[in-house]
Design a protein around this ligand. Sequence first.
Ligand SMILES: [Cu+2]
Length: 348
Amino acid sequence: MLLFRSLTIPLIALSLSSAVLADASHRADSHGPIGVMGEHMHKEGEVMFSYRYMLMEMDGNLDGTSSVSTDEILEDYRVAPENMTMEMHMLGAMYAPSDDLTLMLMVPLINNEMDHTMQMMGGMGGMGMMMPMRSEFTTETDGVGDIKVGGLYRLNQTDDSTLILNMTLSLPTGSIDEKDVTGMSMGNKVQLPYSMQLGSGTYDLKPGLTYTNSQPTYSWGAQTIATIRLDENDNDYSLGDRIMATAWYARPFADTFSWSLRGAYEYWGDVDGEDKKLNPMMKNMVPTADPDLRGGQRVDLAAGVNWIIPGSATNRLALELIKPVYQDLNGPQMETDYSLVLGWQLSL
Ligand SMILES: [Cu+2]
């Protein structure tokens, strides 16, 4: 009897804990919020394909933390950027040659659109006075962005936590020579300012650390990733370095779902150097062409949902809405209104 009890209790405990462990990887929150990348690893031999639709809307301008109106910008410049839509289709693949290493590939397809208001002295007012005349124009660019290759290396693993070293290299595959017709270019296509270009033009190293912790009724994680430009691009500049830190809390519900709340902080520097293909007069006409008005910092709050499509533990859908709560920009610079990430993941 005593022997029976001394055997069964550890056996029950063992089978319970292995059930929990086996279950943990099939929980919707075993992947982080979809706006976080490189936050989970795979088991040896596993392959995952993913598609993300990412949308960022920018509306209006900030100088520091205060908003600057179009009228105020047009006192100093001839063109004011009004709003910008950045759409990205991100194709991803992950493959784990071992339990300690997961390889990643990400291919972005980008579409940028920016609306501007332009002011010229032109129309005749009363008594023959020259009156300011306003018009609007839109510029657009699209194509492949900077392809990212890298690996996630498992530094430490316990029953409920994982510590990952993120090491990604961003390749200069996105164009930095995008042109379009502007309000001032007399119908000619001219080099567009920094934020309308599709790539950095430089090899960028993206080192980082990710920690995730899974408990029976919730999970949480934290990640920090830097972006370090390794050289200067062919147009004589490099985009500012970046540092991002984020932390999230997630809870599973209704078997196949989880919700998440996340905070994120990002800091990015001004452009180093100056685009040699941009007309040097441009930075006096539109703030987006000034390499010293590109840096800033931002705090975001995000709410997300992960869903494992029933019938298979390998198909996932996820959505995250991201809203800035604090922005401090070297401005006038366009202000982020919101972004969203919609993703589909298929593990084999
Ligand atoms: Cu994956």
